[in-house]
Write a protein that binds this ligand. Structure first.
Ligand code: HEM
Length: 138
């Protein structure tokens, strides 16, 4: 995989700082997503609080397994399947990436250094590319 060992540590260390209070710390994620692109709101049928927890749980498994390609590919495949029929496209992954980075920045404050941001961008890029490839999302 394309992340360096150091980047894996940076992603893990920073996620660990928000993990114990993941619910209040991630409420901004979908708020930001819908602010960046209000047309995405209608794609979500359930409770957004629940959706946020599903997202963060999936992200947590990925963060925990950034050095375990087998588990990672398994998760990417499941996520790709879950998104293949949602009608989302490449541009939506960019919007979600921006919402995630801003949510992390807001929560981590000074701990969100340039290196941490780069590491998260690399991790998200890989996740997004794999999901799009495996789910045939264009
Ligand atoms: C890249 C990281 C992403 C992760 C970790 C993630 C995670 C998840 C998870 C865990 C679910 C629930 C699946 C289920 O229970 O069936 C889900 C559903 C969904 N995701 Fe994502 N997702 C990601 C990216 C995106 C993007 C970029 C979009 C587009 C805006 C998106 C739109 C949706 C939609 C529309 C649903 C179905 C919601 C519903 O049926 O109410 N996801 N996502």
């Amino acid at each position: 995989m394309s992340l360096t060992d150091e980047q894996i540590e940076l992603v893990r260390g920073s996620f660990a700082m928000i993990r114990d209070q993941i619910e209040p710390r991630s409420v901004g994620l979908y708020r930001k997503l819908f602010r960046f692109d209000p047309s995405l709101r209608k794609l979500f049928t359930g409770d957004i609080g629940d959706q946020t927890m599903h997202y963060m749980t999936a992200l947590g498994v990925i963060v925990d397994n950034l050095d375990n390609d087998d588990v990672l590919m398994d998760r990417y495949t499941t996520l790709a399947e879950q998104h293949a029929m949602t009608g989302i496209g490449r541009a939506d992954f960019e919007t979600m990436g921006a919402a995630l980075i801003e949510t992390l920045r807001e929560n981590l404050g000074e701990a969100f250094t340039e290196e941490v941001e780069e590491a998260w961008n690399a991790a998200y890029q890989e996740l997004a590319e794999e999901m799009m490839e495996l789910g045939n999302i264009r």
